[in-house]
Design a protein around this ligand. Sequence first.
Ligand SMILES: [Zn+2]
Length: 314
Amino acid sequence: MAAKAVARARIITCRPKHLPQDKLIHAARRAVEINPMNHAPVERLASLIPGFAPTHMHLAVLIAKYWGPAGVHLSVGFLDNPPMALRKKILLHMNAWNKTANVKFSLSNTSPDVRIARIANDPVNDGYWSYVGTQIREIDADQPTMNLEAFSMSTPDSEYHRVVRHETGHTLGFEHEHMRRELVKLIDVQKAIAFYRDDQGWSPAEVREQVLTPIEDRSLRGTLHADPNSIMCYEIEGSITKNGKPIIGGLDIDKSDYDFAAKLYPKKLRGTNDTPAKEKPVAKRKAAAKKKPAAKKKPAAKKRPILRRKTAKK
Ligand SMILES: [Zn+2]
């Protein structure tokens, strides 16, 4: 309630950042270095992670941005020297994902992996955004990987839950992917096509695929049950909805988010004697990944081409 009283009419929605095209090839190569499975079908995860079931994937993780089953341990720094209390509060909310997943963010002033800025009044970089997953490795060391416009100690707690946890989800590799039919219906098709053409360089076909096709219709890997309350539920600017109101999406990490994060970044990996997941040598991981080669081969058509951002040729 305090949130509504304090926040002004403007609700900032998230604009995920994507690498420029000239960096994508290198990013993909590095993603495979970070996690050899990034070049492999998602089904291969099933051989490493107990209980991993791609058909239950409701947050679509771009596999080529996935940090790998060993978990996510990253250092976090700030580019504008905010007070320690603010740093700690942001970190606390980033680490909310640790409740079920092998995720650990820690403060650092030296070469931090995640670099948070609070850029405002800059049409290109203001707002809330984060690069996705391993792509943060491609960003120059003096540049932010995440922006939390104007966040301060007086920002309502609800915004920490809604925004910091959401942007951290992007850093973990989660995209906005599960748009539900009832949300898609609210979007003005022509406005959306124009908006994403200017904002992302997408063709109309890509806008239809990425934004205007309800997740239920994509059915990328069998039955999906979209979760309207997911923290990663797509946020849409008011400028492209029929009624002019933004779609805010989830307000906090919910149970299915936590369950899913736990499957992607399990606290215990199969065959590691219950020790917390650590980076296994590449050779071992490759060998492990090969163990069950064709156990669960899915039709190739089910693999969704979610990497095709900014690559329109039309
Ligand atoms: Zn987002």
